[in-house]
Design a protein around this ligand. Structure first.
Ligand code: BPY
Ligand code: FE2
Length: 443
């Protein structure tokens, strides 16, 4: 079956419909916005952007690597062995766990991260996290959380009661005065809250700053954030690689977002010089940047035997987006700007278990006042959530589900056949293998 037919089917299934007011809002908002040639002109910071020449296109790619022939890729394979082992992700990093609004009341919620079971609850305004497993017989508190006081969790089975502040067993409701009290402790996890997201540190010892483990700019003053999270049934690496994959935009060619927001989006991008991929490994956060606007040649149409079969729907003269796509340890993406020149998209692919990840889709926009923050929230709820996050990125979920069967096996990394635009993925795998703070062990 043709991919486009599948996408149409999926959209119908998810009920994606742009209503009149939403379309009207789009039209009025961007009526006056015109840009010259997409891949030429200036970017947001005023830097000139040039189309690569034919000569540059022929030059090759890969940052410090030369990746073009099957032999090049076979050689690169040896440099990302740790990444192949990191089925459950990397340890000693901060990960997003829940939206702050999900812990607004007094509820205690169970979350699974990197194969670990956590229980989160807000205590006097501060979110606390402990192991979600009673030390008595191992059941999960979150199966039926019982919180009789502000800072305790009681097991539904025999009433073992623990402090949410330090994890200590403080009482056993069914054996008053038990000698076990004060002698057993649940594991506790460091928690940080920023931009409406609750982050948890999965690791050993004291955590570093949150700013080291999120994409650059995410914590910027004045950047308002709105987002959603969804459970996806694939390994986290399949999510990360699909997002960072330069040429996967082929799957988005029929997305409602392209005509809906008048975006310029080619069907492919071929590296045109070796400066396109920038590896940041000297400071935190560590990651790889793909300078799409500067160092890639866009492909707008494709032919088979001289007959045109596919054409980009977003053509020249429309809004230029995705100038830079970057991926950051321990597994987040930044697309700047996206899905509009005023917005930045951030994503996280958080390992839940070996075959599941939590997919975070988050948009950031500068907002100078409470009114602007509220206006962005309305714009997010009425427009971007449907048109961009679902209308574009649900296609990514569908693609990942298609990748999972193959990449479930460790042999996948030795039997895949990469091509030139995959150099960005190899750079990411190499960096993650070389500089990670630890691999989460498999149980
Ligand atoms: C945008 C992109 C993406 C993602 C989220 C948003 C994207 C990447 C390259 C070119 C165009 C869009 O996961 O991959
Ligand atoms: Fe995508």
């Amino acid at each position: 079956m043709r991919a486009s037919a599948r996408f149409r089917g999926r959209r119908r299934q998810r009920g994606l419909v742009l209503s009149g007011p939403e379309l009207l809002m789009l039209k009025t908002k961007y009526r006056d916005l015109e840009q010259a040639s997409p891949f030429e002109g200036t970017d947001r910071s005023g830097e000139p952007v040039k189309m690569p020449t034919k000569d540059e296109t022929a030059a090759g790619s890969g940052g410090e690597l030369h990746l073009e022939t099957p032999e090049d890729f076979a050689q690169a394979r040896g440099s990302f062995a740790d990444y192949v082992k990191a089925k459950l992700g990397f340890r000693n990093y901060w990960y997003p766990a829940l939206l702050s609004e999900e812990l607004a009341g007094g509820e205690a919620k169970g979350v699974r991260l990197l194969g670990e079971k956590l229980l989160l609850r807000r205590v006097n305004g501060t979110v606390r996290a402990v192991q979600d497993q009673c030390l008595h017989m191992g059941v999960r508190f979150s199966r039926k959380p019982e919180c009789y006081t502000a800072d305790t969790i009681t097991c539904w089975y025999h009433g073992f009661t623990y402090s949410l502040l330090d994890g200590k067993l403080v009482a056993i409701l069914t054996e008053p005065g038990s000698k076990l009290c004060g002698k057993l402790s649940l594991k506790t996890y460091p928690v940080a809250e920023a931009k409406g997201i609750v982050f948890v540190f999965i690791g050993d010892g004291a955590p570093g700053p949150l700013s080291h483990d999120v994409p650059p700019g995410f914590l910027d003053d004045g950047l308002a954030i709105n987002g959603i999270r969804d459970d996806v049934k694939t390994n986290w690496r399949v999510g990360a690689e699909n997002g960072f994959d330069t040429t996967h935009i082929y799957i988005h060619r029929d997305s409602v977002l392209i005509p809906g927001n008048r975006l310029m989006l080619p069907i492919g991008l071929v590296p045109s010089n070796r400066q396109g991929i920038e590896v940041r490994d000297q400071s935190e956060p560590k990651g790889v940047l793909d300078h799409m606007a500067q160092s890639y040649s866009p492909v707008f149409e494709a032919s088979i035997g001289g007959e045109k079969v596919v054409e980009s729907r977003g053509l020249k003269g429309e809004k230029r987006v995705a100038a830079t796509v970057s991926i950051w340890m321990p597994g987040s993406l930044k697309v700047d700007p996206w899905p509009d020149p005023e917005l930045i998209q951030f994503e996280w692919y958080v390992p839940v278990d070996v075959d599941r990840h939590m997919y975070w889709r988050v948009l950031g926009k500068q907002a100078k006042s409470a009114d602007e923050v509220e206006a962005f929230r309305l714009e997010f709820d009425s427009l971007w959530k449907t048109l961009a996050l679902r209308g574009f990125n649900d296609q990514d979920i569908w693609a990942r589900e298609g990748l999972e069967e193959f990449y479930r096996n460790d042999e996948a990394w030795t039997s895949e056949h990469l091509f030139k635009p995959d150099a960005c993925k190899v750079a990411w795998r190499r960096l993650a293998s070389r500089i990670n703070r630890g691999i989460q062990p498999l149980k």
